[in-house]
Design a protein around this ligand. Structure first.
Ligand code: NAD
Length: 435
């Protein structure tokens, strides 16, 4: 059993805290958002993540997991302080490190005993050294500490499972002994542990996310070519994925990557490269293709309807991906904006992201369920591949619509089956010019 503080009670921090507590450690999760902490103390979850609520409740009741807004209380007796605060996109695409800097200062002022500060936030290479400088400069009296980079690779929507079953744990520090102590915390997860230097660990995170984003943009480029030549990208991906050098994951063509990580991380890596005088041409293409994916989808709706002006379009799914309520950088927001710019009225439905969607898209009329969404629509656009959309009563949907048009931004439907039911249907990369 170790005593751990986690700074930041968001997707990464709350999952990290709950999972470490579940492994038998004593964990205090801290957030500057006092309302979030008060809610957590009353069992009200700030985010939706499968399995998290039950795990939080169980460990909270067992006394292994506590929540506080007070740094001194969180760090009392702690041997490790994990930083898991946001690193959003700054004005020029760089990572905005204001929250990391504030967390480092607060830790420095509140610590009363030697501490290993473990950074889980995704940060530009060199940030670990910078955090060490901030802590040193902000400590009222010098107390020994080490900084370890431990980038997080969990995915929203399966965060608890991912945390408990990582593909690897990456650790980097100038202090090998500190890395080994953090490694021991992760031993119960039984995953390979890569111990390297601080900067390399930070780079592994950016390189991994940029590579995954590259796969998505690559498949969207292939999808565009498939449309021109009359091939089906879903089957192309399946055929490619059997090759173990390629693998089956991240081969889905569609609306492109979104969410709180890939867009900002690819931009931050490109920005970092440019700052150092490099030309990140591949990363630039990855970003351009991602922007295009949304425009291409809207063009399909326009093509099928003749015009978007005066049309009613329903967005099936609003969250950036399935099984999450996270609306950050959700493609649906951009798609809604482009449709509205051409005069369409936009409706939307999502199984769990309605509150966030309402805030981000005040001009989108939210429906209670997919059938209400379909009422009066000239077209439906699948923006999120929620399982519950895969088995809808399509004839009922068709009956509610003004025109039976579906543009499937996630390729969840069988094109032939939909056409047989009388829908005009277009997916992504599925023989567009040959329908
Ligand atoms: P989030 O926005 O969900 O949560 C961040 C939390 O930190 C918020 O609750 C905020 O109130 C709190 N916070 C901000 N400043 C603070 C401070 N000074 N002291 C204490 N708390 C503070 O963010 P997230 O999605 O959990 O991401 C956190 C980091 O992890 C980011 O760097 C992100 O890139 C990285 N990451 C995220 C994911 C993901 O899927 N969300 C996956 C891997 C890595």
């Amino acid at each position: 059993m170790k005593n751990i503080a986690v700074v930041g009670a968001g997707y990464v921090g709350l999952v990290t805290g709950a999972c470490f507590a579940d492994l038998g450690n004593q964990v205090s999760v801290l957030d500057i958002n006092e309302e979030r902490i008060a809610n957590l103390n009353q069992g009200v979850m700030p985010i939706y993540e499968p399995g998290l609520e039950e795990m939080v409740r169980r460990n909270h009741s067992a006394g292994r997991l506590s929540f506080t807004a007070d740094y001194r209380e969180a760090l009392q007796g702690a041997e490790f302080a994990f930083i898991a605060v946001g690193t959003p996109e700054g004005v020029d695409g760089e990572a905005d490190l204001q929250y990391v800097s504030a967390a480092a200062k607060s830790i420095a002022r509140a610590m009363t005993a030697p501490l290993i500060v473990v950074n889980k936030s995704t940060v530009p290479v060199g940030t670990g050294d910078w955090v060490a400088d901030i802590i040193r400069a902000s400590q009222p009296d010098p107390i020994p500490f080490s900084v370890v980079s431990c980038p997080e690779f969990l995915r929203e929507g399966s965060a608890v499972t991912d945390f408990m079953n990582p593909h690897r744990t990456v650790l980097g520090s100038l202090d090998r002994e500190a890395s080994e102590k953090v490694a021991r915390l992760h031993l119960p997860l039984r995953a390979p542990i890569v111990i390297t230097d601080l900067r390399t660990a930070e780079m592994i995170k950016y390189a991994s996310n940029a590579f995954l984003a590259t796969r998505i943009s690559f498949m969207n480029e292939i999808a565009s070519i498939c449309e021109a030549v009359g091939a089906d990208v879903k089957e192309v991906a399946a055929g490619m994925g059997y090759d173990t050098r390629i693998g089956r994951q991240f081969l889905e063509a569609g609306l492109g990557y979104g969410g709180s990580c890939f867009p900002k991380d690819v931009k931050a890596l490109a920005h970092m490269a440019e700052e150092m005088g490099r030309r990140p041409r591949l990363l630039q293409s990855v970003m351009d293709i991602n922007v295009e994916a949304r425009h291409r989808l809207v063009a399909k709706v326009r093509d099928l309807l003749g015009t978007l002006d005066g049309a009613t379009v329903g967005l099936l799914g609003l969250a950036f991906k399935e099984n999450t309520d996270d609306m950050r950088e959700a493609p649906s927001v951009e798609v809604a904006g482009y449709l509205q710019a051409e005069g369409a009225r936009v409706k939307g439905y999502d199984p769990v992201a309605m509150i966030g969607a309402g805030r981000l898209m005040p001009d989108v009329q939210l429906a209670e369920d997919p059938y209400e969404l379909a009422e009066g629509c000239d077209a439906l656009v699948v923006c999120t591949p929620w399982n519950e959309f895969k088995q809808l009563d399509l004839l009922r949907l068709k009956g509610a619509m003004k025109q039976p048009v579906i543009v499937d931004g996630r390729n969840i439907y069988d094109a032939a089956a939909l056409r047989q039911l009388g829908f005009k249907y277009l997916g992504v990369g599925r023989g567009y010019n040959h329908t």
